[in-house]
Design a binder for this molecule. Structure first.
Ligand code: TYM
Length: 337
């Protein structure tokens, strides 16, 4: 099917993947993968923007690829590979960095949040220029759609602006991609369980608020039961505070229920019952995924073989786009002819 749209997305192998990554990204990827030609990348170069333990980075890179497959990413529709195995990402990132106004990067809220409170001496420049690398990831594959969570919207806008800027100055080179956010309804912004005013994240408020996909069942239930709610006791969906609304959204995203069905399921029920139901569906969803991840990570050689095969598919696609961009910029071809 040559006319299927090209989809690209990725997750950083920093920390263990969490429920926000699953509901905002992996689950929508799996649901839609048969309709498109997909590249799902483990973006290890992005993970270098903050200091990493090298052994842990290698382990988490394999683990994240295993999570993609365990969640249902299917090799017949989707190419899974590691960003640093395709050198065109780093090279196009440089070309785009040179084209990116400082002011655009200064406006990125994610940079402001991550750099906040840290001394300038301790923040790597990669954290600042990171959106140009993300744009390179996407533009290399002539991507039409980028399925991500709500928190990536601003980076996607910058990617579109950069593609248009390049095309305007140097001639039509890049496809301008569309974000695909929250088409599944719930799940595009999962909030931390211990602080429902901030998004769930690996580096956010803390362990207690972040549901890891590989948390054992008792930890999953414990985290959900301790989730922050409010001074009420019974669920009133129309007036639910942020904590209760987040739990209902998580339940809805995991079950695929409509907002109306979710409201009907919990109206007038106690907070404790809501929490137990969320924990039940979480455990039911994650247990089979965890079993598949355990099987896959037991054979790192096989993971490496699959990732090498993915990179072999991605490399020529990326190289073709990079070549076009190099020519447009007036860089001499490496070989005469
Ligand atoms: P990262 O690794 O922080 O997150 C990976 C994906 O998970 C989504 N996500 C969430 N969705 C809902 N609720 C949450 N609490 C939540 N937390 C994370 C993110 O929106 C994302 O889709 N810059 C990207 C990685 C990246 C990328 C790319 C993505 C690099 N190159 C190219 C798409 C295309 C990032 O740091 O995501």
């Amino acid at each position: 099917m040559p006319d299927r749209p090209i989809v690209f997305s990725g997750i950083q192998p920093s920390g263990s993947p969490h429920l926000g990554n699953y509901l905002g990204a992996i689950r929508p990827w799996v649901a839609e993968q048969a309709r498109s030609r997909n590249y799902f990348c483990v973006v290890d170069l992005h993970a270098l923007t903050v200091a990493r333990d090298p052994a842990l980075l290698a382990e988490q890179t394999r683990e994240l690829a295993a999570v993609y497959w365990a969640c249902g990413i299917d090799p017949s529709h989707s190419t899974v590979f590691v960003q640093s195995h395709v050198p065109a990402h780093a090279e196009l990132a440089w070309l785009l960095t040179c084209l990116t106004p400082m002011g655009w990067l200064e406006r990125m809220t994610q940079f402001k949040e991550k750099a906040q409170g840290q001394q300038a001496e301790r923040v790597g420049a990669g954290l600042f220029t990171y959106p140009a690398l993300m744009a390179a990831d996407i533009l290399l594959y002539r991507t039409a759609q980028v399925p991500v969570g709500e928190d990536q919207r601003q980076h996607l806008e910058l990617t579109r602006d950069l593609a248009q800027r390049f095309n305007h100055h140097y001639g039509d080179t890049f496809v301008v991609p569309e974000p695909r956010i929250g088409q599944m309804g719930a799940g595009s912004r999962v909030m931390a369980l211990d602080d429902p005013t901030s998004k769930m994240s690996k580096t956010g408020t803390g362990e207690a608020g972040c549901v890891l996909l590989l948390d054992p069942p008792d930890a999953l239930r414990h985290k959900v039961l301790r989730a922050q709610t409010d001074s009420g006791r019974m669920v009133d969906p129309a007036r639910a505070g942020a904590g209760v609304a987040n739990l209902i959204e998580i339940w809805r995203a995991l079950t695929g229920a409509t907002p109306k069905a979710a409201a009907a399921a919990f109206e007038g029920r106690g907070y404790g019952e809501l929490k137990h139901q969320v924990a039940d569906v979480l455990i039911e969803t994650l247990l089979p995924i965890q079993a598949r991840v355990a099987e896959l990570v037991a054979d790192p050689g096989e993971i490496d073989r699959r990732l090498a095969a993915g990179a072999d598919i991605a490399r020529p696609e990326a190289a073709a786009t990079l070549d076009r961009a190099r020519q447009r910029l007036g860089l001499l071809p490496a070989r005469g002819g």
